[in-house]
Design a protein around this ligand. Structure first.
Ligand SMILES: *Cc1c(COP(=O)(O)O)cnc(C)c1O
Length: 235
């Protein structure tokens, strides 16, 4: 079932990319495996999926050593400063940097471990009380501050769009995030080369791809529903 789901999602991503005049190879599918057992991740690997996202540090560090080294791991959930040390050298990309202080902590730990860390800044485009992330108007200033951290590299922006019945409602959210990315690119901050847009989940990834997503984070459509309420599901 997982293999068929992956195939279906890949073809939907390709179709959405083509509708927007894009190439599907410019979009990375991140399989969000949170709460799911390593056996299901192994099924994904058999189906050619090597990129995975987790939202909890503890779960991530528990799963990584049980699986092949060739996998690429993305941290997509809220990160507490005291947990940075466990993951700085374990993940390809941290999607959920939501304060300059967190980026500073990542710098400290990265310097200790002599590694470089790629991050995205999480943006609360819809200004929801329940979500973390920078407000749009604060992102540029945050970029400038973070650009001074030599081991931390801002690669782009991420958002978790609102939970809506009709995914079309989120199109404007994705457009706004894309505009912000282009806007900041145009300002040419040293050490900031932002190209990635991590946006779109099970309900709205096709729209996100139409609007320029370079990474989509899909869980439910690959693995099926998770065993807890949707409410405290995200971050
Ligand atoms: C859980 C989660 C996802 C995946 O959500 P689905 O609706 O199951 O596809 C994507 N991004 C973040 C940040 C998440 O926490």
């Amino acid at each position: 079932m997982i293999a068929e789901n992956l195939q279906e999602i890949r073809s939907r991503i390709a179709a959405a990319a083509h509708r927007a005049g894009r190439n599907e190879s410019d979009i990375k599918l991140i399989a969000v495996s949170k709460t799911k057992p390593v056996e299901m991740i192994e099924e994904c690997i058999k189906a050619g999926q090597y990129v995975f996202g987790e939202n909890k540090v503890q779960e991530l560090v528990h799963k990584i050593p049980q699986l092949p080294e060739k996998l690429e791991w993305h941290l997509i959930g809220h990160l507490q400063k005291n947990k940075v040390k466990y993951i700085v050298d374990q993940v390809e990309l941290i999607h959920s940097v939501d304060t300059v202080a967190l980026a500073e902590q990542i710098q400290k730990e990265a310097a200790k471990k002599k590694c470089d860390v790629n991050i995205l800044l999480e943006v609360n485009v819809a200004r929801e009380d329940t979500k973390s992330g920078f407000y749009m108007e604060d992102v540029y200033d945050a970029c400038r501050q973070i650009s001074k951290f030599p081991n931390v590299h801002v690669r782009g922006l991420m958002t978790v769009a609102p939970f809506v019945a009709n995914p079309e409602e989120n199109r404007v959210i994705f457009q706004n995030l894309k505009h912000l990315l282009v806007d900041i690119q145009g300002k040419k901050v040293d050490n900031i080369h932002m190209t990635e847009l991590s946006m779109g989940m099970t309900n709205d990834y096709e729209i996100a791809v139409e609007e320029g997503a370079t990474m989509v984070r899909v869980g439910t459509a690959i693995f099926g529903a998770r065993n807890y309420g949707e409410k405290n599901d995200i971050n």
